[in-house]
Design a protein around this ligand. Structure first.
Ligand code: ARG
Length: 459
């Protein structure tokens, strides 16, 4: 492509080192779409005749078909997808093909291709996040009254509905969707026409190109446009954080599926056995997801590190944006899909969750609140219940198994009605503030999510 200035061929080693075709071939459909729009602008500017433009469009469509049929021969010597397609086009249609690159550089071309690629993928990821939300919501709806201990420091804290715990993940995933939509706005800007870095003396109608490709805006600075990968970094961050959320869910699932917790049983289809220990049923999907999150974080840091030292404008370093981007997109899509499938198929063992949630110490805070409502300052109430807890542990008897006289030894504010509040269902019902886990509030949240997710088709 640059034979004019050079006397010797690029060394084989440099070809191998510098090629990107082995991974950027995936941009083929975006590259072709972009070139067809570019050809329309060249036609309008009188650079191409109608006949030439037709030949280009037909040639590019044929190349697309060949690639999709697996008939296209990608050449490493042609470095990347842009040059592979351009050369194949010129071989097919001759001179018209050689005119296509007028007023365009691979620098604005690759920026366009990556934006087009991200546009589709952001929507694909968004859809899969919504599908996982659906799956978790289904699980919540199927177990509306299951109770679990809520944990802090992985120590039993206070009782909650299992549905409340699941809905916490719906909130996190909703923020992931918001981030994707927000990032989409900055992806959706058309850079073609920026040339190598300074536009071109052949001025094309950039708005026409943007319209053809469905971009609502065009970039306003050619130097920024060819070197900007902020939108890739943003997408990688949105993916990384979604991955972190999945990784936390993984950790919960792994704990829940253990014999010690036994809150859920994963289906055979989503677990693996051990080659040695016949009794094992391992939550590999969750472990892999937790593990792969490392890659998602790495991909983000890798891209930021690539960008951080770059002088204006395009530098070849930027070719390193694609592998982390493609990898993160592939991995998050798979993780979201497999998680959705696994969560709907999981069995919740409500007997086990109830047994764990029936731990009387989960109501220690409620007992302190009881004293507060009878005029005891909270700090004092906290200490009284602390002492009562130590007594209960030493005696091996829970609060409900003590009689009122025994309780009154710790505080005379205790009355016979204290036992009413020591019931798990009563305690849950009392947590009726906004965002709290009373059955009524959780029920309302479930309805809210059902309505919200029904509208998920709108991106
Ligand atoms: N393969 C290159 C990339 O992915 C395309 C742009 C190359 N531009 C250049 N001036 N060498 O970034």
């Amino acid at each position: 492509m640059w034979k004019g200035r050079f006397q010797t061929e690029t060394s084989n080693l440099v070809q191998r080192y510098g090629e990107s075709i082995s991974y950027d071939w995936r941009l083929y459909a975006c590259d072709i779409e972009g070139s067809i729009a570019h050809a329309a602008a060249l036609l309008e500017a009188g650079i191409l005749t109608k006949k030439e433009e037709r030949a280009i469009v037909r040639g590019l469509q044929e190349i697309r078909r060949e690639i999709e049929a697996g008939e296209f021969r990608f050449r490493t010597s042609l470095e990347d997808i842009h040059m592979n397609i351009e050369r194949a086009l010129t071989e097919k249609i001759g001179d018209a093909g050689a005119k296509l690159h007028t007023a365009r550089s691979r620098n604005d071309q690759v920026a366009l291709d990556v934006r087009l690629y991200c546009r589709t993928e952001v929507q694909a990821i968004h859809l899969r996040v919504a599908t996982l939300q659906d799956a978790l919501l289904t699980l919540a709806v199927n177990h509306p009254s299951a109770v679990v201990p809520g944990y802090t420091h992985l120590q039993r804290g206070q009782p909650v509905l299992f549905a409340h715990h699941l809905l916490a993940y719906l909130e996190m995933l909703e923020r992931d969707k918001e981030r994707l939509r927000d990032c989409y706005g900055r992806v959706n800007v058309m850079p073609l026409g920026s040339g190598a870095l300074a536009g071109s003396t052949i001025v094309l109608n950039r708005k026409l190109v943007a319209e053809r490709l469905g971009f609502p805006a065009i970039t306003q600075n050619s130097m920024d446009a060819v070197s900007d990968r902020d939108f890739v970094a943003e997408l990688l961050f949105a993916i990384a954080l979604a991955g972190v959320h999945l990784s936390r869910l993984s950790e919960d699932v792994i704990l829940w599926a253990s014999a010690e917790f036994g809150f859920i049983e994963l289906s055979d289809a989503h677990t693996t056995g051990s080659s040695l220990m016949p009794q094992k049923k391992n939550p590999d999907v969750a472990e892999l997801t937790r593990g792969k999150t490392g890659r998602l974080l790495g991909n983000l840091v890798s891209l930021l590190t690539t960008i951080k030292g770059l002088p204006m404008t395009y530098n070849r370093d930027l070719q390193e944006d694609k592998e982390p981007l493609f990898d993160s997109i592939d991995q998050i899509k798979l993780a979201l899909e497999v998680f959705a499938e696994m969560m709907v198929a999981a069995k919740v063992r409500e007997d086990r969750t109830l047994a764990a949630a029936s731990d009387p110490f989960l109501l220690a805070t409620d007992l302190a609140d009881y004293l507060v409502l009878r005029g005891v300052p909270f700090r004092e109430a906290h200490e009284i219940i602390g002492k009562l807890t130590a007594h209960s542990l030493a005696e091996g008897r829970g609060f409900p198994e003590m009689d009122i006289e025994e309780l009154r030894r710790f505080s005379t504010a205790f009355e016979a009605d204290v036992f009413h509040g020591l019931d798990l269902r009563t305690a849950l019902k009392a947590r009726k503030g906004v965002g709290a886990p009373s059955p009524a509030k959780v029920g309302a949240q479930i309805s809210r999510w059902q309505r919200r997710l029904a509208a998920k088709a709108k991106f």
